[in-house]
Design a protein around this ligand. Structure first.
Ligand SMILES: Nc1ncnc2c1ncn2[C@@H]1O[C@H](COP(=O)(O)OP(=O)(O)OP(=O)(O)O)[C@@H](O)[C@H]1O
Ligand SMILES: [Mg+2]
Length: 382
């Protein structure tokens, strides 16, 4: 049997089958016998990758059903059509199919014959294709292109690279926040407690020198007592900014109540907390995570929502904790969730995912934003 000789550009097995399958429709050398092995035709027809062959004038001479499905048309409509009806012709492309595809958006694989190009469906939709082209050295030669729609793969790759970028930004921001917090604490300790302690020391020296009258000493001591009280209040404030005491002393429920009361007092927005104290007895990791998530949600509502009321629901269901935070403000927009410089929602998601939970942020009907979180509690109950 005199089969077309295969070119050096890869996919030899596929082209071999193509040669077998389409020996009749493709030009043959004189004396070559028609060869149409039904089994090999079936292989090409049932291949899940799209396969088309074109002649040097870029006219499609063969297409399998997967190719027709890929381009949203029929095999009949493809055969005899120019290649450029289905694969976008790059501006810098030469005349032949090899030049045509190699001038595309770039090499897609390791082999010189792998290409990334743009496909065009019959309905006009464009989509990314990766494929491989090989040349069978018939006279005239024909070219076989094996293709795959890589829309989904590209989408996943883009999502992955976006998420890498966000993680990089988050880690950089965490470093900055750490430094800022240290500076802030150092300043508060120095300005607040440092000043008071220095003044106490001076008063003590005066007392030791016993210079004044007993009435002067009493006056000095009452001033020292006042300074000590101020120092205690400052210390409590600094410590509770670092870590809410309610979280350690009363547990999550009371810490959330404190957060809610603080929010209502500072912003004058009514906020209800619907939860059961016994259901919120969780270990430190879960309590801290939920506290920080709710804290960020409330901060966002105060900063961005323009809301007139807020509801927070936390209850257990089948071993999960369901958390819902709703406001009736302007509502978050899809593009808000993609802001590169915003880290609050990313931090929220990271905390939820670290606990193997799920989070969804959506627009609430008729207005406002809704955050739904499901947190598995196994291993976090106390
Ligand atoms: N409850 C809300 N209602 C309306 N818009 C919101 C709400 N929560 C968040 N947004 C929008 O989503 C964006 C992203 O929020 P995110 O918490 O990630 O960042 P941020 O609050 O802007 O900054 P930060 O990094 O300091 O938290 C906000 O800038 C805001 O536009
Ligand atoms: Mg925020």
């Amino acid at each position: 049997m005199n089969r077309p000789r295969l070119g050096p550009l890869g996919w030899p097995a596929a082209c071999f089958m193509l040669g077998l399958a389409f020996g009749r429709t493709l030009p043959r050398r004189p004396g070559q016998e028609a060869d149409s092995t039904p089994a090999s035709r079936q292989i090409v027809n049932h291949a899940s990758d799209a396969i088309i062959s074109a002649n040097p004038a870029n006219i499609i001479v063969m297409a399998n059903p997967a190719a027709a499905a890929l381009f949203g048309t029929t095999v009949g409509a493809m055969i005899g059509s120019p290649l450029e009806r289905f694969i976008e012709r790059p501006g810098n492309a030469g005349d032949g199919p090899l030049d045509y595809l190699s001038a595309g958006s770039g090499r897609a694989g390791r082999r010189a014959s792998d290409y990334a190009v743009t496909g065009m469906r019959a309905d006009g939709r464009r989509f990314p294709i990766e494929g491989s082209i090989s040349r069978a050295s018939e006279a005239p030669p024909f070219y076989t292109v094996i293709m795959r729609d890589v829309t989904e793969r590209q989408r996943v790759q883009e999502k992955l690279s976006r998420s890498h970028d966000q993680l990089r930004q988050l880690s950089a921001a965490l470093q900055t926040i750490r430094e800022e917090e240290r500076t802030h604490i150092a300043r508060e300790l120095h300005d607040d407690l440092g000043q008071i302690l220095a003044s106490l020391r001076m008063d003590l020296t005066l007392l030791q020198q016993n210079a004044g009258t007993p009435a002067d000493s009493l006056h000095l001591m009452s001033g020292m007592e006042q300074n000590l009280l101020t120092a205690i209040v400052s210390l409590r404030r600094i410590a509770s900014n670092l870590r809410p005491r309610a979280l350690d002393e009363g547990g999550l429920y009371f810490a959330l109540q404190g957060l809610r009361d603080d929010f209502v007092e500072r912003y004058g927005i009514p906020c209800s907390l619907l939860a059961d104290e016994a259901e919120l007895r969780l270990d430190d990791a879960a309590s801290t995570a939920i506290f920080r998530i709710v804290q960020e949600a409330l901060t966002n509502i105060a900063r961005h929502a323009d809301a007139s009321s807020v509801t927070m629901n936390l209850f257990r269901l089948n071993g999960d904790l369901l958390v819902t935070i709703r406001d009736d403000g302007r509502g978050i927009r899809p593009e808000d969730m993609e802001k590169a410089e915003s880290l609050g929602l990313i931090g929220m998601r990271e905390r939820v995912w670290a606990m193997r939970g799920e989070i969804s942020i959506s627009i609430e009907e008729p207005s406002g934003t809704r955050i739904d979180i499901v947190l598995p509690l196994a291993g976090h109950l106390v």
